[in-house]
Design a protein around this ligand. Structure first.
Ligand SMILES: [Zn+2]
Length: 129
């Protein structure tokens, strides 16, 4: 279990923060306890929340497998997490906060998908006239 947990959030969010820094994307904070759902990255000016979701804890379709032991516990636990994620997304969007979710597995290297995502972020935080 420790191994699964270790693969999760802290290292991936740090990785994503490093990607933003390397591309000179600034104006964000790590962990904003005052924002619902405590987004990993939050741009207060443009009200954009970014969640870096661990593939295990957030039930990634591509990577998540229910552990062989305590199957029903894990299935319930993870589907509960997924419901909570959707609820947080809806609630933030209702209040005018943009929400972007990134999968842990997408951060293994800089792919065209990540470049697209970075452009989306740049666009979302660009000052408007
Ligand atoms: Zn995944």
């Amino acid at each position: 279990m420790a191994r699964i947990r270790g693969k999760g959030n802290r290292s991936t969010e740090r990785r994503f923060a490093a990607i933003l820094r390397a591309r000179h994307i600034s104006g964000w904070r790590l962990h904003s306890p005052e924002v619902e759902g405590h987004p990993d990255i939050y741009f207060p000016k443009s009200r954009l929340a970014i969640f870096v979701d661990g593939c295990f804890w957030h039930g990634c379709k591509k990577c998540f497998r229910v552990p062989a032991q305590n199957k029903s516990f894990w299935a319930r636990k993870i589907s509960g997490n997924m419901r909570r994620d959707r609820r947080i997304d809806r609630s933030l969007r209702r209040r005018g906060v943009g929400v972007i979710r990134v999968w842990e597995h997408d951060l293994e290297r800089i792919t065209p998908k990540i470049r697209l995502l970075l452009n989306k972020i740049r666009h979302a935080i660009a000052p408007r006239e």
